[in-house]
Each structure stands twice: as C-alpha cells, then as structure tokens.
Design a protein around this ligand. Structure first.
Ligand code: DPP
Ligand code: ZN
Length: 883
C-alpha cells in the first residue's frame, strides 16, 4: 500500500468544466456514462490524463466523439490513463458498468434495503465511474437517471429537477441539474421506494425553499424532529453568520446502511437512519440532540464545505473542524451552552486525547495517509473544532464573524487550504496570531503547567506558564504552541475581581475593553515559558484558569483541594465549576487506583461526598448541569492518565465510588428520582431533558447498590415510562446487576421493540458494553441473533463497537476479548473495509497495557496483518499500531 503525503501535493494537469452523467439502474448491473468537458491547466499541454477507477468495468471511451483505440489508453485495477490528450479543451465520454447489488463496502453506488444510494466522500466516486477523484476538481453536473418505475418511483440527484417522464417497458427517468460547481465527493444519487415529509422555509431574502425528508413510508411520522432541526439550522445560520440557502430544494434521505453518520451532498443529504428517525417512544434525548446537531452540521456544510471546499484531503479539518464548531454553537444556542460545552470537552478527553497520545496520533491537518477514510477522526473533527473555537476566543464574536465574512468573500467557489482560513481570520482583524498555525501541524495534546503566587505587599498576582508538547509518531521535537488562556480571579467571597491590566514581558498591557475592566481575561501564552502579573489585586485570589476550556490542553495547576472545592462552589464560569469537580474526581480516582493496586482498603474522601451532596441539593443549579457534575470522569480518561493502564483497577475504583456515593447520598438520590418524575407529554426542550437527565443518573446510582428496594424502583420506572429516554435508562440501571431480573427485563424490552431496528441496536449495545464478568459469551451468542447482521454498520457499531468499549471484557486477562475482535475484523474486512478499520482501531493503544495484555493484543494484530487480501484501511491502522 502506498502512503500519500501532503508535501507532494500538485495542482492537477487537467480541470473539468461540465460533467453529464447518465445512470441506467438495473437489477444485476448498472450502466453509467459520463461526458466531461476537460481542459488542460496549461493551455496546449497534452500530458497524460490519469483518472481514478475502482471496481468499474470500462466499456468504451471517446475523445471528441471518436472512440479510442487500445493503445491510446491503459486501464489497471485503479486507473485509466489517456496517454496523449488533444492539447486543448476536449470532450471525454466514458461508458462503464458497475454492480451496486454486490457492493457491501457502502461506498460508491450501492443498495440499502432495496433502494439505490451513494456515498462518495472521500474517494467513493471512483467506484461509480473513472474520474479525477480529488476535491480540487470542481465542475457543474447534470444527472440523468433511468430505472424501473414501480421498483424505484423516486429518482433524486443534486440540484434542481429539470425534467422527468415515463419510458417504455415500465421505466421512467429524471434529469437533475446542479448549478453550483462541486467536487465529485458531493455527488449523490438516490432511487427507490420512498416517501417524504414536506416542509418549507423562506430565506431572509425571500426565497422559498422546499424541504423534503425521505424515508420508507412507515417511517415518515418519525421525521418531524429532523424537519424541525433543519428549519432551526437554516434560521440560525442566517442569524449568526448571515448565510442563506442557495437553491429552491433541500432533500434529506434516510438509509439504514451507512458507514458514517451523514453526508452533506449538495442539496441531497444522505443520512444514516439513526440520525433522522425519532419519536418519543423510540428515541432518547441523546438521539434527539444528536439529530439536531447532525442535521445542523450537514446543513452548515452547504457553506463550509460545499461553497468553499478543500483543496485536498489533508485539509479535511478546514471543513470538518469548522462545521463541527458551527454545529456545537448551534446546539448551544438551542439548549444549554454550559452543558453542551461539558459534553463536548468530555468527548474530546475520552476519545481524542487517547488518539493524540497513541500510534495513530496525527495533526489536525495530517501529513500523510494510506487510506483517507482512516482520517475522519476525533482529531480532525473535534480537535479541529477546538482550533476554530480558539480563533473566536482570541477575536471575540464580532472579530470571528468578520473573519468568516472575509473567508467567504475571498473563497466562494474555490477549493482551499487551512492557511486560507487562517489568513482570512488574521487579515479581517489585523490580528497577530504568532505561532498559531502549529495547531494544524503538530500532533499531541500540549501540557500546560501553571504556578501562581500572590504578593500581599505589592498587591500583584503572578501566573507562570510552562508548556510541553509530547512527542508523537514522526514528530519527536515540538515547537511551543499559541495557547489562549481565559482566566478569572475570584475574591474570598467567590466574586470575580475586575481586571484591567497585566504585566507581560515586563510591559504593562491593558486588557480593559472600552475602558471597562473585564472579569475574564484572555492571556496569549505563546512561548515555552511565560509569565503574566496582575497588579492592583487587593487580596489573595483563587484563579479560575482556562475558562470555558479555552484551549485543548492538559492543564496542571498548583490549586489545592480546598481551592478546587471553592471553585466548585463559586466559579461564575459554569464550565470551570464543573471542571473543578472533575479535577477533584480525577485526583481521587487515581489515588484510589494506586490503593487498589497495593491491596489497600478503599476509603472515599468525605469532603468529596459533601461536595457532590451540596451540588445535588442546590436548587439554584440547572438540573442537567447537576447531572453532569455528579457524573464521574470516564474510565478511558483515567486510564489515559496512567503510566500503565489498568482497566480492572480503574473499573473497580469507579464502581466503588459510585456505590459509595449511592450509599451515602441515598436519601437525596431517592428524592431526586421521585421529584423528577413527570407526566407531561414528551417535549425536546431543555427543562424537560434536564429533568430526565438528573432523574436517570440518580436512578443509575441507586440501582448500582443492587438492593431489592432499588431494583423495584428501577422496575417501576421502566414500566411507568412513556418515553425511550426514561425507559432505556431504567433498563440500563437494572442491567448493571446480573441475575434473573436483568434477563427478564432485557427479554421484555426485546419483545416490545423487535420490529424497530434502531431500538434493537440500543439493546445490542447495552448488552455488549456490559462489564458483567464473562460477558463475551453473551456477545458471541448475540452475533448469531436473527436481528444481527455483520453487513449493517450500525449493528456492528452497537455490538462489536459496544463490546470494545467495555474495559473489563474487551481487555479480559485471558485474551478472549482480543481474540474475538481479531476474528471479527477479518470477517468484516471482506465485506466492509471502512467498518473493519474502525473496529481494528480498538487495538491501537495496546502498548498502554501490561505485558500480558500487550502480548495477547499483539498476536491478534500480527495475525490480522499476515492475512492475505487485507484492505488498505485495516492495513494502515494495524501496521501503524504495531510500528
Ligand atoms: N462529511 C461528512 C460529515 O458531515 C462525513 N462523511 O462529517
Ligand atoms: Zn462534516
């Protein structure tokens, strides 16, 4: 397999102007023809034209109407090369044959539940026809689709429908025309038996847009929330960024077999069903929130991704980091900002930090890849979003908006790079971004250490920062990063002190805005070691550092436990208030892990219990915030902080603290459950979701005690629930403890929901993730369950992915978990390399564990690598993991 490098990027020798595609969809094969206007970048040049193609059978090829002879071109398994094109603008016509029915990789054109659909990002278009499959080739497309009318009554592609009609033999056709230039990864086609929920939106300049969400007819009632989300997103992008939709039609199609979450194809988004379909009975609050976020995300791509796209795939974060940032902001504005921020940072810490510290660590803009599919990562997406957030932290909302405006003004219709975005932000604000670009080029999570001191005579408060970026594969030496540190200083009553100036590099700098002091200052830390000194600080402050998590770093401070308890009680920055509790919890968990490893008796610090108790009973706090604040850091987060990750110890400690808290806060937790019952009709709004979140976590704590009283309580909640959020939470609470009740309720749940594949996936996942010892047996059994299917990615993510999430069973000392995954990866790789490669990633951090586990995991990775016919996807992850 060949590695591709950013530094080798070359402009294409040829561009495409127009592309006319014709699809004749058939039951055994599909005939595709394309007619492309090609022109050389340098007029007169006739260097070879190389087109990509994969699993495509070439029928004929014509240049300017004339069929080429065999020695005019060459076809191999991945390319079609024209040796000497005419040397000016010419028409290229290619006829090919493909076999969507046999396509289990779910890239290119394939069938899902009897319908045709496409997925072209990143490099799936080459499975449809020969093409320059790279994003800097932008062209205008038309698409003619012909198919059997009764089997495929709905025919969709990008842009506007310009013509449709019936044909002989029970066939019909449709012609679509997309007026916007686009790269081929945004091409889409759908044909099938679908019905739509129709809506409409009037843009602020008065254009009417028809909105259609397509699903099999029985699911149409479940699309109301997706429609609501789409309209909300359209409005939000106008209000916040002044961005309007640009066509008269916006389609979303839900398909059950989809590798990713969703795809932003121009005016024809294709979604994984689980991110469209929802009803209160079948979808949880988390599902509703995910739908809102992803419908928004794909819509926002219309400007950040489609109108302005990426020059090459190394720039993926240009569109993804930015669009994730936009969807995060959208969700924040629609719900609770603090809670959303907490959720996003937790995700970063639990998934991105480990990636950034492992063999797959890569910068937000990777330097190389073997298979681009492997770089749709939490680093490119979530860390990329943090990088965009830092621009906003540094520039403020208005400055950020100015940068965005300039970005669109300069680059609409272009395929550009991360530097272009950086330059727009800088130029629009005349800003000094110093070494900010290193965020795109250096991998690894920076460690930021702070030591503070107060001088009571001089009334100064000093913060000394020191940063380190750990080495990552291929990058042993790192430069300092530009870290914006948002900071507040609390006085002894817990109020923020006014801040107006700070000494930096020996110079007094004003941080006042419009001559008014600020309560949160943003300090630019750009060097390895740097000091900031605040003057006029009348008393010893408690610093609240990195407010709102202003940079994706690991912060180490010299704050004492009592400082942290003080911040937990008083910080005006809700994120840091939560964070103070998390820092305390992480310290506590790590020290208990050390105790357990030395066979010491575990004892829970009573101050910690009191701290959580006061949060739990503080009626002035938002309920969802309370729910987050009483949730312990994830096991992954703790293992990530250890020299040698010890999954059993971490799991035992987390379980111990949970039970201990449940025991000591029993009364509070019972009343939390009882007082947060609600008989109102389900609404997806913040107050209701907050209430359910708090009730559900209280119930989970209580049920962890495995006492009959609480099992009864959970059973009661299970039976009384009228929505999936509460029903599933009660099921999960009960499922913590092995035994007959658990088995009965799991069986009951399946019986109730067996007709709904999305709910059945939750049922798979819940069992797969279980930490009950020896659960591997049950997971193996579920592999043969009639509802399971290795060809469906969602089922794989639920059952196999879920299992890999169990610290106890996946990392079982006898190697049974690793062996299981090894087998599955090889089976899966033959069907769907993208999904297989996501699964094999669970091995990638094998070096973090003890020698015994290392050996067991290594055996599996070696076995996988020695298998013939391995996909490039799996090869890349497995070989980099072993390197
Ligand atoms: N581009 C998609 C997204 O929206 C991923 N395929 O993230
Ligand atoms: Zn995206």
């Amino acid at each position: 397999p060949k590695e591709i490098f950013l530094k080798d990027y070359k402009m294409p020798d040829y561009y495409f102007d127009t592309v006319d595609l014709k699809f004749y969809l058939g039951e055994e094969k599909t005939f595709v023809s394309s007619k492309i206007t090609v022109f050389p970048r340098v007029e007169g040049s006739s260097s070879p034209l190389v087109l990509d193609g994969h699993d495509v059978k070439l029928l004929t090829i014509r240049v300017n109407g004339k069929e080429l002879k065999e020695n005019d071109y060459r076809v191999d398994s991945r390319h079609l090369t024209l040796h000497s094109p005419p040397g000016g603008t010419f028409t290229l016509e290619i006829a090919t044959e493909i076999y969507p029915q046999k396509n289990t990789s779910l890239e290119g054109l394939y069938k899902s539940s009897g319908n045709f659909c496409t997925q072209c990002e990143a490099e799936g278009f080459r499975k449809i026809t020969f093409y320059q499959d790279r994003p800097d080739i932008m062209a205008k497309y038309t698409c003619y689709i012909e198919a059997d009318k009764s089997l495929y009554p709905v025919l969709l592609s990008n842009g506007n429908l310009v013509e449709q009609g019936d044909l002989e033999g029970g066939k019909h056709f449709a012609i679509w025309e997309d007026p916007f230039k686009k790269p081929c990864y945004l091409f889409a086609l759908v044909a099938g038996q679908l019905e739509s929920r129709d809506g409409s939106f009037v843009t602020r300049s008065g254009q009417k847009v028809a909105l259609r969400i397509w699903t099999p007819s029985q699911d149409v009632p479940k699309t109301a929330h997706a429609m609501y989300s789409l309209k909300a997103a359209m409005k939000w992008d106008e209000d916040v960024f002044g961005l309007e939709y640009d066509l008269g039609l916006y389609n979303i199609v839900a398909v059950p077999d989809f590798n990713m979450g969703a795809m932003e194809n121009k005016s024809l988004n294709i979604f994984n069903s689980n991110l469209v379909l929802a009803s209160p009975e079948t979808a949880s609050d988390a599902d509703y929130a995910a739908i809102l976020g992803v419908v928004g995300h794909e819509y926002f791509h219309n400007w950040t991704g489609n109108r302005v796209t990426c020059r090459d795939w190394f720039q993926l974060s240009l569109k993804e980091g930015l669009t994730v940032f936009r969807d995060q902001e959208f969700s924040s504005d629609m719900g609770s900002r603090a809670v959303k921020r907490i959720a996003d940072v937790s995700k970063l810490r639990n998934y991105q930090f480990p990636q950034d510290a492992g063999p797959m660590a890569h910068p937000v803009r990777p330097h190389s890849y073997i298979k681009m599919d492997n770089f749709y990562t939490v680093t490119v997406y979530e860390k990329g979003a943090e990088v965009v957030r830092m621009y906003k932290t540094l520039l403020g909302s208005q400055g950020f908006r100015k940068g965005m405006d300039l970005y669109f003004k300069r680059h609409d219709g272009q395929a550009v790079t991360c530097e272009d975005f950086f330059a727009a932000m800088r130029d629009a604000n005349d800003a000094d971004f110093a070494n900010f670009l290193t965020w795109y080029s250096q991998a690894g999570t920076p460690i930021l250490k702070v030591t503070t001191s107060y001088n009571p005579e001089a009334h100064t408060f000093s913060l000394k920062f020191s940063q380190d970026v750990p080495p990552t594969p291929g990058q042993s030496v790192k430069e300092p990063m530009f870290i914006p540190v948002a900071l507040g200083l609390l006085d002894s009553t817990g109020k923020d002190m006014p801040l107006s100036s700070v000494y930096h590099g020996g110079i007094l700098q004003s941080i006042a805005i419009n001559n008014k002091p600020v309560y949160t200052a943003v300090l630019p830390v750009t060097k390895k070691d740097e000091e900031f000194v605040f003057s006029d600080i009348p008393e010893q402050p408690i610093p609240s550092i990195l407010r709102g998590y202003s940079a994706p770093v690991r912060l180490e401070t010299d704050l004492s436990d009592s400082d942290l308890f003080f911040l937990l009680a008083h910080d005006s920055d809700e994120f840091n208030r939560w964070e103070a509790g998390q820092v305390l919890a992480r310290k506590l968990m790590l020290s208990l892990v050390a105790d357990i490893q030395q066979n010491k008796q575990l004892v829970l610090n009573p101050k910690f219990v009191l701290g959580l108790k006061s949060i739990l009973s503080d009626s002035s706090l938002d309920k969802e915030f309370i729910a987050k604040a009483i949730t312990l850091p994830g096991e992954g987060e703790i293992m990530d902080m250890m020299e040698v990750a010890d999954p059993d110890a971490v799991h035992a400690v987390r379980t111990f603290i949970r039970k201990q808290l449940a025991q000591e806060l029993k009364e509070e937790l019972i009343s939390t459950v009882v007082n947060n019952r609600c008989s109102e009709e389900y609404v997806f709004d913040h107050p209701q979701m907050a209430r359910r979140a708090l009730k559900n976590i209280a119930l989970a704590y209580l049920a962890s005690l495995d006492e009959p009283e609480f099992t009864e309580l959970a059973l009661h909640e299970y039976r009384a629930s009228t929505n999936m959020t509460e029903q599933f939470a009660a099921l999960a609470a009960i499922a913590q403890n092995p035994g007959k009740t658990r088995d009965d309720v799991l069986a009951d749940f399946y019986n109730k929901w067996q007709h709904d594949f999305l709910v059945v996936n939750k049922w798979f996942a819940l069992q797969a993730m279980s930490d009950i010892p020896g659960n591997i047996e049950n997971v193996r059994k579920l592999l043969n369950h009639p509802a399971f299917d290795l060809r469906n990615p969602n089922k794989v993510y639920s059952l196999i992915g879920g299992f890999c999430g169990s610290r106890v069973n996946f990392h079982a000392k006898d190697g049974s978990g690793y062996e299981f995954l090894g087998e599955i990866v090889l089976q899966l790789d033959k069907l769907n390399p993208q999904t297989a490669s996501r699964m094999v990633s669970a091995f990638s951090r094998w070096r973090r564990y003890d020698k015994n586990r290392q050996n067991l995991a290594k055996v599996q990775l070696e076995k996988i690598l020695s298998t013939n016919g391995l996909s490039e996807n799996v090869f890349e992850i497995a070989s980099k993991s072993l390197a």
